[in-house]
Design a binder for this molecule. Sequence first.
Ligand code: SAM
Length: 278
Amino acid sequence: MNEQAGRLWVVATPIGNLDDLSARAAEVLRGAALIAAEDTRHSGPLLARVGSRAQAVALHEHNEREQVARLVEGLRRGGDVALISDAGTPLISDPGFRLVRAAREAGIEVSPVPGPCAAIAALSVAGLPSDRFVFEGFLAAKAAARRERLGELVADTRTLIFYESSHRIVAMLDDVASVFGAERHVVVARELTKVFETVLSGSAVEILRRLHADANQQRGEFVVLVAGAGGEDADATLAEGRRVFALLCEELPPARAARMAAAITGAPRKQLYATSSG
Ligand code: SAM
């Protein structure tokens, strides 16, 4: 460990409401010798607000490789560097991973200043199971690649979290409905911590209906959460399937009743039929 080396601070900044910047984040931004920012112009007002006079250098996906060597050299010589992105937590669908890795490899201390993150903020208000979740970030822009990735996630039982832009929110939700089924539970968290914050919750098809009914709901920044497979929705569907199956069994042979109950409720036919033999 280099005794005189500076420390790399990974600092979370607000995702909308500037009051969400923590006191510690402000202190670190004031104390750093250098700020590595995704977009120095974008971060200017935030840095001015906290009274940081540190020099800001750009670190984005197109220059990260070159900037890393320079920043690590600066850290080695002493003087702290604070890494920030345009919004939220750096590295979460944002640049910084190469800098953090290089700093660690060079024996530089790296410390987080935790704070806002759109994915976690959305999960905290979605009302979906949060004991296990998977962060998928942005899906591909091309429809075929997007659907293929969704297809790989169809049986995942964890809550799925995606980022999405206003350009693709409707197309993405269309794909969720067709790949996961119209009834899969979806939560769309829009413009969190901002004036037009909205959290919509319902089946994929209901959410799409609401976005089509109000074009304003298609504007802004989005986190899309999809309930994992086999959650409470699946339990409710199976319970309804069993109720309908039991009624039909009074009039029909079990195989036929199971087929009809499955068609009516969407519950899996085999599981219904197993009820009759078990
Ligand atoms: N690093 C950021 C974080 O910690 O959340 C995410 C950066 S990523 C480039 C930007 C995406 O995050 C947006 O396109 C949107 O999907 C999501 N996002 C950021 N701010 C948001 C907000 N206030 N409300 C909803 N989603 C937001």
